[in-house]
Ligand binder design. Structure first.
Ligand code: GLN
Length: 281
């Protein structure tokens, strides 16, 4: 039998040879061996049990030869330190989106001075934004919407497992929110332009409804910005994640529809223009 080290080396090389992230192989080994990173390090020169090896090889085959995301093979992704269940009905949470959460928490402190607030996450997918905000800030009463029943099923499951308290509404964009008023709106809507190239790993495995945002990718920002005043209180914060090359266009849409607001645009940790915050004081 091979050692963990040999198994890891051989399969990381297999990933690299096939233009896949070798980090995916390590995640699969951690998952199937049920070892923590530290325990795996300490076990590198031990023999890998046959059952673990077979399960792991099956996972590696699905990841590398069948082009399936690691998160779908193991069934989860970590977001802001919380474990979220994912499947083909939701977008896999991306680490850039954690920065949106961190910024919303920061602006909440600045604008709302620890007061209770009503928060809505439009297009919640796995629920990662809504549930994390609910868990991180007890003063936030969080509602989340999605057009996809299948996505809401995943989000509700995450809400239960993580013992959060988010309310979910099914419907298109702001439609299920009519008649309600919020202090904070967050959204990471689908933002890929309809005809833009998308890599196979994404297009073959993640739902189109979570990816594409119309001809220029901005349809959902227009809908939210145009309808914002109907569902937001007098003082509010809107927080968007968006494509790296759309900051200017989003600013234009905001200026056209919202008066007397502060617009703050930020880069993500990779240096890409990624977030826009709209503050009305
Ligand atoms: N809000 C979810 C996320 O940030 C889903 C986003 C989406 O489906 N476009 O991951």
């Amino acid at each position: 039998m091979l050692t963990y080290r040999e198994v890891l080396n051989i399969n990381e090389q297999y990933a690299i040879d096939n233009e896949k992230e070798d980090s995916g192989v390590k995640l699969l080994l951690l998952h199937f061996s049920n070892l923590s990173s530290t325990d795996l390090l300490l076990s590198l020169d031990k023999e890998i049990p046959e059952k673990v090896y077979n399960d792991f090889l099956y996972g590696v085959d699905r990841y590398i030869a069948k082009n399936i995301p690691v998160q779908h093979i193991i069934g989860y992704e970590y977001f802001y330190g919380h474990k979220f269940i994912v499947n083909g009905d939701v977008l896999i949470p991306r680490f850039e989106t954690e920065e949106l959460v961190a910024n919303v928490l920061m602006y909440y402190d600045e604008i709302f001075n620890s007061e209770p607030v009503d928060v809505v996450d439009v297009g919640t997918g796995s629920g990662c934004l809504a549930i994390t905000l609910d868990l991180e800030e007890k003063q936030m009463k969080v509602t989340a919407t999605d057009i996809s029943e299948a996505a809401l099923k995943v989000a509700k499951e995450n809400n239960d497992i993580l013992e959060a308290n988010v309310s979910f509404l099914q419907g298109d964009m702001l439609q299920p929110l009519q008649g309600k008023k919020f202090d904070i709106l967050v959204s990471n809507p689908p933002y890929i332009p309809d005809h833009e190239y998308v890599e196979n790993l994404v297009i073959d495995n993640e739902p189109s409804v979570a990816l594409f945002g119309g001809e220029d990718g901005l349809d959902f920002y227009r809908i939210i910005i145009r309808g914002a005043s109907q569902i937001l209180k007098d003082r509010y914060l809107i927080a968007f994640e968006h494509a790296y090359n759309k900051s200017k266009d989003i600013k234009k849409i905001i200026k056209k529809h919202l008066k007397d607001v502060e617009i703050i645009q930020k880069k993500d940790l990779q240096g890409k223009d990624r977030m826009t915050f709209i503050i009305k004081r």
